[in-house]
Each structure stands twice: as structure tokens, then as C-alpha cells.
Ligand binder design. Structure first.
Ligand code: HEM
Length: 354
């Protein structure tokens, strides 16, 4: 049998024969279009790997009752951290493209019309798989497939289909809601740290666990006069409406994990939540670098894909986050020494397995 050859194994011929600049015939008259094509292809390859990892993570989560102490949980964290490292790398790649100047880009910009990174199917799938919904996107009208420069009908359909499957965010919410740390059995010997009805009326306290009443009280004491309004927000977020599309029970679990992250059972869950915030941050770093680069390249001109260009990209920057509500749980943290002391029964339980 013939030995496997390197270039056959990675199908190098296909990859290396896929760069066809449209603005020049020969290398001598060449401009930066070659760089422009290669950098987009490299991005798309990394997007492919990110999607691969995200699909695996979603697959693991789809199982009911994923164990917080299990191999699965550490695999999930490991894969998400890998996505983080890839995002770091592709952030740095912007610097390579920035060696091209605005006049260099103008040499060939017109040959791409109306193609644009806006049409990157894989980028849209990453956003959708993480949990960004169409209605949360900035300028949804740009996505109409009938608009010149927008996604093709089949790409848009795929994005819509992906949104309707379990997104990572939805799976994380379900997992958080399942956390059994407030089961009554663990709390029999809990010692209240605040007078029972000091701050919460009888009606308010009906559905609230004694732990949360104590925590609310400690949070209230931590607020300065200028921040007093946050207490109302605390009630809204954790007991009434939740935030965005995340229900109160999931946000309570995220806060609980964050408060007691030093307990062994919460190490991995905390790492997981932290990595989700990191992914959001790295993606928005990319959006920012891309936006700044675009401003340098084309100033305030419209994009090849027909959006307003830099103005549009700046809008996505403040709006396109998948895990914003989880990250913003930090608003409701208190100092470590002020945390309610957990009952022993719970501490023992969470030292091993929940
Ligand atoms: C000279 C370099 C570049 C310029 C001037 C540029 C310009 C733009 C502009 C103006 C848009 C808004 C849509 C439009 O109207 O076209 C856009 C979107 C986009 N571009 Fe680029 N781009 C550049 C490089 C890249 C690279 C290397 C990538 C890597 C894949 C990329 C990926 C994207 C993506 C994913 C979007 C959609 C962003 C969103 O809607 O949130 N772009 N680009």
C-alpha cells in the first residue's frame, strides 16, 4: 500500500489552488488582493473549527443532567477555552491585514462588489449557535435575503434553522435552572444573618429562600446612596422578570456559583461561566478591531455589502453579545466576608457531588 503523503492527507492542492485575485493577471502587476483573499480564507477555516467545537459542546449539554463534577463538564470547559484561544489569534490577524493601506485597498475594492464579510455564513452560524437571535441583531433589515449584499436565501434559512435549535445560551440556562443547591434538605440548620422581615415584606418573601433574603439584605448594605436603586433591580432580575431572555432562577444559580466559586464543586461551573463571558469579550474585541480597521480603510463610505459601513459596525459592537446577562451578574456581588455562611450539610454535599 502506498504511504500517505502529507499534501494528500491535508488536501493541500485544493486549498492552495483556491486563491484567484480578480484584479490582476500576473504576480508582477499584483496588489494586495492576494493578501485580502488569503486572510479571509484563514478566518473561515478558524470559523469552521470554532463551529466544530461549539457543536460538540452543545451535543454534550443536550444530555439531561450533565454532572458538574464529570469528565463532560471539564471537556466542555476545555473546548470553550480553545475557542477563546482561537479568537485571540484571529484578533491578532487583523494587524496583518492592516499592513495594507487605504489606497492599496482602493486598487481592487470595486471587484468585490457587492460581496462582503457580512455574508459570512459561518460567522452568522457562530453568533446563532452561541445564542444571538435575529431580533437582537442591530439593523435586522440588513439581513433580508432580497437585499443586494445580504445573505443568500439558503444561508439565511440555515441561520434561522440554527437559531431554532438549542443554542449554547439556552442549554446553559437549562443547566443553571437545574442546580439543586437550594433544596430544603441542605438548609435545615442554616442560621439567618438578617432579621426575618427587616427589609422584605411578607408578600415579597413568599417565594424567596431564606438564603436569598439574607443575601439581599447584605447587598442592600453594600450599596452607596447613589446606587440605592440597584436593590429594585436586584428584585427584578432575581425574583421577578430575569434579564433579557434569562429567567430569574438561572440568574440566581449563576450568582450563587460566582459567590461560592471557591467550593470545589463550583470550580468548573465557575470556569464555564467565566469562559462564556471571555468568549463574548473576545468576539467584541474582534468587532472593535475590525470596525477600527474599516474606518481606516474606507472612512465613512458605505460597505461593499451595502450597509452604512463603519456606523453599522459600531452599532453591532454595543449590541451583539450572547452572554451579557451572565456577565452582568457581577453587578450584584458583595464582599467575600459579607457572604451568608452556608450550612454544613450543603458544604459537605458540594465538596463532592451535587
Ligand atoms: C480591508 C478589509 C476589510 C474591510 C474594509 C471590511 C469592511 C466591512 C464592512 C464595511 C462591513 C459591513 C458590511 C458591509 O456593508 O459590507 C463588514 C462586515 C463584516 N466583515 Fe469585514 N472588512 C474587511 C475585512 C474583513 C476580514 C478579514 C474579515 C474576516 C472574515 C471580515 C469579516 C466581516 C464580517 C464577519 C462582517 C459582518 C460583521 C457584522 O455584521 O457583525 N472583514 N466588513
Amino acid at each position: 500500500m502506498k504511504d500517505l503523503y502529507y499534501s494528500d492527507y491535508i488536501e493541500l492542492d485544493k486549498i492552495l489552488n483556491s486563491q484567484h485575485p480578480k484584479s490582476f493577471e500576473s504576480l508582477e502587476e499584483g496588489n494586495d488582493e492576494m493578501l485580502f483573499i488569503i486572510i479571509h480564507q484563514v478566518y473561515e477555516l478558524w470559523f469552521k473549527q470554532i463551529i466544530f467545537e461549539l457543536d460538540l459542546v452543545r451535543h454534550i449539554f443536550v444530555q439531561d443532567g450533565i454532572n458538574d463534577n464529570s469528565d463532560d463538564m471539564s471537556r466542555v470547559v476545555h473546548k470553550l477555552k480553545r475557542i477563546g484561544r482561537i479568537l485571540e489569534l484571529i484578533n491578532q490577524q487583523v494587524g496583518v491585514l492592516e499592513t495594507m493601506t487605504a489606497p492599496d485597498f482602493l486598487e481592487f475594492r470595486n471587484v468585490l462588489l457587492p460581496a462582503s464579510g457580512f455574508q459570512s455564513r459561518q460567522f452568522r452560524l457562530i453568533e446563532a449557535k452561541l445564542g444571538l437571535k435575529m431580533e437582537q441583531r442591530y439593523k435586522t433589515e440588513y439581513y433580508k435575503h432580497t437585499r443586494r449584499g445580504s445573505l443568500s436565501e439558503s444561508d439565511l434559512q440555515e441561520v434561522n434553522q440554527t437559531e431554532s435549535e438549542s443554542t449554547l445560551k439556552e442549554l446553559i440556562i437549562k443547566w443553571l435552572e437545574r442546580m439543586p443547591y437550594l433544596d430544603e434538605g441542605y438548609w435545615k440548620e442554616y442560621k439567618r444573618s438578617s432579621p426575618v422581615d427587616k427589609q422584605v415584606t411578607q408578600a415579597d418573601s413568599r417565594d424567596r429562600h431564606k438564603f436569598w433574603m439574607d443575601y439581599r439584605n447584605a447587598y442592600q448594605n453594600s450599596l452607596s446612596d447613589t446606587e440605592a436603586g440597584r436593590l429594585r433591580e436586584f428584585d427584578k432580575v432575581f425574583f421577578e422578570e430575569g434579564k433579557g431572555d434569562v429567567p430569574p432562577a438561572a440568574l440566581r444559580a449563576a450568582l450563587f456559583i460566582t459567590i461560592y466559586r471557591n467550593l470545589p464543586i463550583f470550580h468548573l461551573p465557575f470556569e464555564l461561566l467565566n469562559t462564556l463571558s471571555e468568549i463574548d469579550e473576545l468576539l467584541s474585541n474582534w468587532r472593535y478591531r475590525h470596525f477600527m480597521m474599516v474606518r481606516r480603510m474606507i472612512g465613512l463610505r458605505a460597505g461593499t455589502g451595502g450597509t452604512s459601513g463603519a456606523g453599522y459596525l459600531e452599532g453591532t459592537l454595543s449590541q451583539h453579545y450572547a452572554f451579557r446577562e451572565i456577565t452582568e451578574v457581577a453587578t450584584f456581588l458583595i464582599e467575600r466576608s459579607k457572604r451568608p455562611v452556608l450550612p454544613n450539610a450543603l458544604k459537605e454535599k458540594v465538596s463532592f457531588n451535587l
